[in-house]
Design a protein around this ligand. Structure first.
Ligand code: XBP
Ligand code: MG
Length: 254
């Protein structure tokens, strides 16, 4: 296997646990602001996560969970506007520091930068959301640590399609065999697998802990930190108490 050169990070669920207490709340605030009586409970949102992308998720909700609702004549414009309102709520919440980064993220980023590993983001969420989260979690310079931020509608097909990872690797000018990806979900690992990225580490969260992760080199509850150990759910941490760059290199080497 070629040496590891690049780490590609998913955002939602991987860099931070943003879905239940971030995106879901922002959707509900947008619904209220736009005069809609919709409310996405924690449980319903878990079902809606089957579809990635906020606009796509609203469409899925209307097609399968709220079929009575009469969309206005220009349904796409209605959804685009509603989703813009949601993004405004989400970015405000992130600016207020509503969601911290997951354990080990800052440590692994620091370690990787020091070691000359190139960093990239491959996410379904809207670019403004990535900026707001990284600024809140890493400071104003945080986003510049990533050479590429592949996000949102820049590719027509969102995860589980591989397009966003392929786009990120093209921008970086690298082949999949020098990359490892960090993900949290089944849709995420399907995207990684179909992009031919050989190494993937999964950090589960409440919404994804029972999902299937075919091809994962390691599934853990969190990356962990000194004093905050990770627990391997599948695969081995090779005697380490948290996921560090050496472990990722070892998994990558196979
Ligand atoms: C993230 C998503 C996104 C967010 C909402 O998936 O599915 O839809 O929930 O973001 P992944 P937007 O972590 O696999 O990239 O509303 O901005 O689309
Ligand atoms: Mg995710």
């Amino acid at each position: 296997m070629a040496d590891l050169e690049v780490l590609l990070f998913d955002v939602d669920g991987t860099i931070a646990n943003t879905e239940r207490d971030g995106h879901r709340i922002a959707f509900n605030e947008a619904f209220a602001e736009e005069g809609l009586d919709w409310n996405w409970s924690v449980e319903l949102y878990g079902k809606l996560l089957a579809v990635t992308g906020g606009k796509e998720r609203i469409k899925h909700y209307l097609q399968h969970f709220n079929t009575e609702f009469q969309l206005p004549a220009d349904g796409d414009a209605f959804i685009t506007h509603l989703h813009k309102t949601k993004t405004a709520h989400y970015t405000r919440m992130m600016a207020e520091g509503a969601i911290p980064l997951r354990s080990g993220i800052k440590r692994l980023l620091d370690e990787s930068r020091e070691a000359g590993i190139r960093l990239g983001i491959a996410t379904t969420t809207t670019p403004e959301n990535v900026t707001a989260l990284l600024r809140s979690g890493l400071g104003d310079e945080g986003e510049s640590w990533f050479e590429v931020v592949a996000a949102g509608d820049i590719v027509p097909k969102k995860k589980p399609a591989p397009d966003i990872y392929i786009w990120a690797m093209e921008k970086l000018g690298v082949k999949p065999d020098v990359c490892a990806a960090l993900e949290d979900s089944h849709n995420g690992i399907m995207s990684v697998n179909d992009a031919d990225i050989p190494t993937v580490i999964i950090t589960v969260n409440g919404y994804t802990e029972h999902e299937a992760f075919p091809g994962a080199n390691l599934v853990v509850d969190q990356l962990g930190d000194p004093g905050t150990p990770c627990k391997a759910l599948s695969g081995s941490c090779e005697g380490r108490s948290y996921v560090d760059l050496d472990l990722i290199r070892s998994l990558h080497a196979g």
